[in-house]
Design a protein around this ligand. Structure first.
Ligand code: NAG
Ligand code: NAG
Length: 400
């Protein structure tokens, strides 16, 4: 972090304070859904699911934004056992307060369209994008694969807290949560009254099925393992699973066109998670030739940039399969980024990425309120001067 460079303790304190200010100061407490346990709707370790809710006010009192947390998946028992003892597998390990920024911010200056809505961040602790449902629990591992039950139990709790009176509702999410917001989009709409204006927003959830740099189908076999481990097939879209191998229906490119509810896709064409884990996963790069490039796009060799341009072409082909209906929104920038709705820097600041002079927060608002059907795809990297490219440090943590 930046403040670690300052040696004087007071300077540290000052800079640390500024970092806190930047997150806007809004912290929201956790709610555990205790009654979900009786329904078997639990995190990997059997603990209750949880969410953070900041109440709407003023004209937003009957509008609900439900945002699903991301955090990858676990694809086999070993990986799920590792996850079980982290905040991504147990509500016992979750922070009780979370900063709400970007799409979750409560001031018009940082979130012009949704600041006074009810804003909910649903915690992710099942490892299957809320799709798993295995009845049996192996006593040797005590793993609970119950993501789909968690989804329902949390929605029922929110409906009872007032969401059943929603006039406007958005299901959103980032990464694995962005994928879940596509997978559950129509079922979210079905839970709400007929008169509610319901739309879904997927941030960095459009994972594509392409071969990695070694020519292997890495992500396809990984997603197949996720779907098999969590027995997710029965909770994927029937209109997709009836026509192809169920595991394929985890990929938006094979199922998103069947979603009836209006859907907005925010994704970087060079999504940094996808470049790091789909195009050039460690398995496909045994000599670490991709390491420097993966951590900072400025380090990429010309041949690597060419592979990334080819990835973008595949991304756009996969994306266009969802059709160009005016109910579909798209903000496809050419930044090296992953998740752009919760980070204030991406969502709505003076220097946030813009397409056609429009920042993400405005594009989503224009689409939600039917002002314009925003569908814009950026020119190829490095053409967009407003791009914010993420940089990862040697421990693979995100830096700004
Ligand atoms: C489980 O998946 C991980 C990747 O998440 C892999 O490294 C490991 O080898 C797999 N383990 C087994 C037993 O298949
Ligand atoms: C850019 O915005 C203008 C005015 O809002 C609109 O007419 C035009 O179609 C947009 N162009 C693209 C590529 O989205």
């Amino acid at each position: 972090m930046i403040y670690a460079r300052f040696s004087h303790p007071w300077l540290n304190l000052l800079v640390f304070g500024l970092v806190l200010l930047k997150t806007d100061g809004l912290y929201v407490g956790i709610t555990y859904v205790q009654n979900a346990v009786a329904k078997g709707a639990v995190c990997l370790d059997g603990s209750p699911p949880a969410y953070h809710w900041d109440r709407g006010f003023g004209s937003g009192i009957n509008s609900w934004l439900v945002h699903l947390e991301g955090g990858g998946w676990c694809n086999n028992v070993t990986a799920c056992l590792e996850r079980k003892n982290t905040h991504l597998g147990s509500s016992k390990k979750m922070a009780e307060q979370l900063p709400f920024s970007g799409i979750l911010c409560n001031r018009p200056q940082c979130n012009p369209e949704f600041y006074n809505w009810n804003r909910v961040k649903v915690r992710y602790c099942d490892g299957s994008s809320f799709t798993g449902d295995v009845a049996a629990i192996n006593p040797a591992t005590n793993l609970h694969f119950r993501g789909a039950r968690v989804w329902l139990a949390v929605m029922e709790d929110l409906l009872a807290k007032g969401m059943r009176n929603a006039e406007n509702a958005i299901l959103s999410g980032c990464s694995a949560g962005g994928l879940a917001s596509i997978l559950h989009c129509d079922s979210f709409q079905a839970l709400l009254p007929l008169g509610t204006k319901v739309k879904c927003l997927s941030d960095a959830g459009y994972f594509i099925n392409v071969k990695d740099v070694s020519g292997a189908s890495h992500i396809e076999s990984y997603f197949s393992q996720v779907v098999a481990t969590h027995e997710s097939a029965k909770n994927l879209l029937p209109s997709c699973t009836s026509t192809m191998r169920p595991a394929m229906c985890f990929f938006p490119q094979y199922m998103a066109q069947q979603i009836q509810t209006p859907l907005f896709i925010i994704n970087a064409a060079y999504d940094s998670w996808q470049i790091r884990n789909i195009l050039a996963p460690a398995d496909a790069d045994p000599h670490g030739i991709w390491e420097d490039c993966k951590y900072d796009i400025k380090n990429c060799l010309p041949s690597q940039l060419m592979a990334m341009q080819a990835f973008r072409s595949q991304f756009l082909i996969s994306l266009l399969r969802i059709g160009k209906s005016s109910s579909r929104g798209m903000f496809i920038d050419s930044c090296y980024a992953h998740c752009q709705t919760e980070m204030q820097e991406f969502w709505f600041m003076a220097k946030s990425p813009a397409l056609n002079k429009t920042r993400i927060a405005k594009a989503v608002g224009d689409w939600f309120y039917d002002r314009t059907p925003f569908q814009t795809i950026d020119c190829p990297y490095p053409c967009n001067p407003t791009c914010r490219n993420q940089i990862y440090d040697s421990e693979h943590n995100l830096q700004y």
